[in-house]
Design a protein around this ligand. Structure first.
Ligand SMILES: Cc1cc2nc3c(=O)[nH]c(=O)nc-3n(C[C@H](O)[C@H](O)[C@H](O)COP(=O)(O)OP(=O)(O)OC[C@H]3O[C@@H](n4cnc5c(N)ncnc54)[C@H](O)[C@@H]3O)c2cc1C
Length: 385
């Protein structure tokens, strides 16, 4: 680690900003450059589908105040897209024609919202929600709409449905799967959350595919496999696509994301990938949550300064707020062979998942203490592994 070394990071989202902070905390004395195509000061994404949607404040929650970057000697290039990576000369080319040299390159470009390609999908009034500009673009329509159809019963869809319902709109969520949050939580937790949203007036139509959107210029109707729905606003929340194009063009191994090894290195040992776009070579999985982005970035900072030679290991954690319902998950519940409910599914409850007699995950709704205890138990096991 020398003063003339540069760590460049493409993407100043949750992973990129955490990387910069952790590099300084770990004592990295060289140059740190964060590049982001968005013109804004890096901001937190989770509030965009929650309090930002119903609030009046137009400013997002910054990840760091503007002065932090100067105080920590972190160069922030916002409003600048990285267009290619020259691995041989160790340069990143930027949209404005400039190029930046690096000793270590970190790819943290996150993901983009998946779009739905059916007839009528380019009509006005059909939105996705991934960026601050997307969220700003949804607030005015939300205030003047009556009937909202949300396509996708994942977290973004349900969080937006809660926000739309809170403003008094008629909301229907459609999903081709038989239940909500199929990739993220157990069926018991999903059913408990859906019944609370239903009690608050949101309608659900499962096992329902969208066939087309209709309207003159603006969406007025959604044709589905289960009948037609009137709508003057549609939000598509059907998952994300990792932004791995630059890596692919640069010849790095890409397979549903940028493939990383147990040290989060790509197929080029001078290039790391972290956050939503990194896919593990051993599990073939990507993890899309703030905690994963931050934990991976912290680990990479330690690895760059030579403070760890260990493999990356962490206990996954996730949270979401659906109105007053605070969901927290620690561990990975898939693979459990028995589960135990503690509490009341109509109120505060937790579900503890076991493989054999080993606790592997806990899902909690409005039980933060239970979550913290489970987290300590699962993390302490990691530290002795
Ligand atoms: C509305 C919303 C709500 C969410 N709620 C939660 C929640 O409650 N809990 C939770 O754990 N997670 C939540 N998430 C997920 C979480 O935000 C992501 O997992 C996290 O942002 C991933 O961090 P990242 O750094 O990998 O990517 P991002 O934060 O997406 O950052 C990637 C950055 O790279 C930039 N970029 C991409 N390509 C280029 C390029 N070529 N040149 C320059 N810059 C580029 C992008 O502009 C972006 O700023 C939510 C996400 C959204 C969209």
């Amino acid at each position: 680690m020398t003063l003339d070394e540069t760590v460049a990071c493409i993407g100043a989202g949750h992973a990129g900003v955490q990387l910069a902070e952790s590099l300084r905390t770990e004592g990295f004395a060289g140059r740190i450059v964060l590049i982001d195509e968005q013109e804004h000061l890096p901001y937190s994404r989770p509030p965009l589908s929650k309090e930002f949607m119903t609030g009046t404040e137009m400013a997002p929650l910054p990840l760091k105040g503007a002065s932090w970057y100067a105080a920590h000697d972190v160069t922030l290039h916002t409003g600048t897209r990285a267009t290619s990576i020259d691995r041989e000369r160790r340069r990143v080319h930027l949209e404005d024609g400039s190029a930046l040299g690096w000793n270590h390159l970190v790819l943290a470009q996150g993901a983009r919202a998946r779009t739905l390609d059916v007839p009528g999908s380019t009509l006005a009034g059909i939105h996705t929600l991934r960026t601050l500009n997307d969220a700003k673009g949804l607030r005015a329509p939300l205030a003047r709409s009556n009937r909202v159809v949300v396509v996708g019963a994942g977290f973004i869809g349900l969080e937006f449905a809660c926000a739309a319902r809170a403003t008094g709109l008629d909301v229907t969520v459609v999903d081709p799967a038989g239940r909500a949050l199929a990739r993220s939580v157990s069926s018991v937790t999903a059913a408990a959350l859906v019944s609370r949203l239903e009690a608050a007036g949101t309608h659900f139509s499962f096992e329902t595919s969208v066939l087309a959107f209709q309207g003159e210029d603006h969406v007025r109707r959604v044709l589905t496999s289960n009948g037609d729905l009137d709508a003057d606003l549609v939000v598509i929340g059907i998952g994300v696509v990792p932004r791995d194009e630059l890596a692919h063009e640069a010849g790095l191994e890409v397979d549903g994301g940028i493939v990383v090894d147990s040290a989060l290195l790509t197929s080029d040992p001078n290039i790391t990938a972290v956050g939503d776009l990194a896919v593990s070579s051993s599990t073939g999985a990507r993890t899309e949550c703030v905690q994963n982005a931050a934990d991976q970035a912290r680990y990479v900072a330690q690895r760059i300064v030579g403070k760890t030679a260990e493999q990356y290991a962490h206990v996954p954690r996730f949270w979401s707020h659906l109105g007053p319902n605070r969901l927290q998950i620690v561990g990975t519940w898939t693979g459990s062979d028995n589960s135990e409910l503690a509490g009341n599914p109509d109120g505060a409850f937790s579900i503890r998942h076991y493989r054999g007699s080993s606790l592997i995950a806990v899902e909690s709704v409005n039980q933060p203490r239970e979550h913290m205890q489970a987290r300590k138990a699962l993390e302490s096991r990691l530290s002795v592994a």
